[in-house]
Design a protein around this ligand. Structure first.
Ligand code: BG6
Length: 469
């Protein structure tokens, strides 16, 4: 069995929009995805796995399977349907019920304030590129701290800001589907760092109890070869997706090297300058000193080689191996590395990447107090063969086990990792892939909404017992 420290937190992760369903219920305001998904017609966010109504059942499953913590997010537009101003009491009441139920069952909620679901109203006024929307987000956070502060002691400001900034403005896989707008993407990155910092500083100023952190998507980037050009390509890709965020949130300052790399990306892609004010710098600096933890979402690593042509990006959203392409002008090309297995969605399975990332944070960002692995898991086309047949998701167990082994190794080597949340607790939809990319420990029949523990759920339960004993 794996050597994980006693007290190590084992949890399951979810996100409001992906699991709650009930997108129009009880006065909820629209989010940026509602019209977009309707126009696309690929899949509907309703009823997802109907967590809005079935959370008591899911929490009981957590308890039965030894899962003592759950990541959930609060849908901003359930509380403020227009993003600011009017408050919807039915939305406020829903999260009180959810957190009460968690307390009842002894499951600790780790609560994210933004998980990809900006209210439609703020989205339409420029989303994170509009500083006024940052003010509204800070107000929403203040409301949540006051309202739920007695029930929630673990807060996460923002989930994976990089997924939003790059998918909105570079790869075009999130609405508004813009392509290769590097200045917008990087300005959005800075604005996210700032929004996060302002919320952390507010939390501390309000004297709230508990801990606050941020969750980053940290898919480790490696050069495709030792060639100096490939190494530089990897540095640029890393600066865009990782370093700018880690510097901004964990160090509280962009290093000169980071700024040089970012400026090189801009110069090679139409130029422009980021707006970063002295007051922004001050917020970042203070927040990094007060931050309690960083969440690491790790799924795969990227191998990058030098690329000088025009940007080109194709998303594999169907689970057909070998269909993804990622070439960014003046930055690099993501290649398939011989000998490294990939998922059906072309994500290289590379557990060493999580070890390297945890050690990088530990060594290069020494202000970091604690780390949680806040997402890790395998997207897979699980087969349901009848109510009495156990769903055999051995590849998921192997994936989780291999990554936990590397996490245990990092802990031994000095990384202060306090817990692990599998993505996902139960099956739900994937933003850009729909319902056939399943991650859950619990299989959801989306027709009947019945839940079935997969083999991985039983494996997870044993692990939890082993940690406790
Ligand atoms: C993270 C997100 O990006 O990874 C989750 O926080 C997401 O919301 C998960 O679902 C898996 O990604 P995907 O694209 O396979 O759904």
């Amino acid at each position: 069995m794996l050597k994980l420290p006693k007290g190590f937190v084992l949890g399951g992760a979810t996100a409001a929009y992906q699991c709650e369903g009930a997108t129009q219920a009880d006065g909820k305001g629209k989010v940026l995805w509602d019209d977009y998904l309707k126009e696309q017609g690929r899949f509907s966010p309703d009823p997802a796995c109907d967590f809005y109504h079935r959370y008591p059942e899911d929490l009981v499953l957590c308890k039965q399977f030894g899962i003592k913590a759950i990541r959930v997010s609060i849908a901003w537009s359930r509380i403020f349907p227009e993003g600011h101003g009017r408050i919807e009491p039915r939305g406020v009441a829903f999260y009180h019920r959810l957190f009460d139920e968690c307390a009842e069952l002894g499951i600790e909620p780790y609560v994210t304030l933004h998980h990809f679901d900006s209210p439609d109203a703020t989205y339409r006024t420029g989303d994170w590129l509009n500083p006024e929307n940052i003010d509204y987000f800070v107000d929403f956070a203040a409301f949540c701290f006051k309202e739920y502060g007695s029930q929630v002691k673990k807060w996460i400001t923002i989930n994976e800001p990089v997924s939003v900034s790059t998918q909105q403005y570079i790869t075009g896989t999130f609405p508004p589907q813009e392509h290769f707008q590097f200045l917008k993407a990087l300005q959005c990155e800075h604005n996210f760092n700032l929004a996060h910092a302002r919320v952390v500083n507010l939390f501390k100023k309000m004297g709230c109890e508990g801990e606050i952190g941020i969750v980053h998507a940290l898919q480790t980037v490696y050069p495709a070869s030792d060639d100096v050009k490939d190494r530089h390509a990897a540095d640029l890709q890393d600066a865009l997706e990782i370093r700018f965020y880690l510097d901004g949130t964990l160090e509280g300052k962009y290093s000169d090297t980071t700024l040089q790399l970012v400026n090189e990306i801009l110069e090679k892609n139409g130029g422009g300058e980021l707006v970063i004010t002295d007051s922004d710098r001050d917020e970042l600096d203070r927040a990094a000193d007060q931050l309690d933890f960083v969440g690491v979402n790790y799924y795969f690593s990227k191998f990058v080689k030098d690329f000088e042509g025009k940007s080109e990006f194709t998303h594999n959203g169907t689970g057909t191996k070998g269909t993804s392409v990622s070439r960014l002008q003046g930055i690099g090309e993501v290649i398939r590395k011989e000998g490294i297995p990939t998922t059906d969605w072309d994500w290289p399975i590379y557990p060493q990447g999580i070890y390297d990332m945890l050690m990088r944070i530990t060594k290069e960002y020494p202000k970091t107090r604690k780390i949680y692995v806040t997402e890790n898991g395998l997207g897979h086309k699980d087969k349901f063969e009848g109510k009495d047949q156990l769903i055999d998701d051995q590849p998921r167990i192997d994936y989780i086990e291999q990554h936990l082994e590397k996490i245990a190794e990092a802990i031994q080597d000095g990384a202060n990792v306090q817990g692990y949340f599998v993505w996902s607790l139960q099956d739900m939809f994937s933003w850009t892939n729909g319902y056939n990319k399943r991650y859950g420990l619990f299989y959801v029949d989306f027709e009947t909404q019945e839940r079935y523990p997969k083999k991985s759920a039983y494996w997870f339960k044993e692990l939890s017992h082993a940690i406790d004993s």
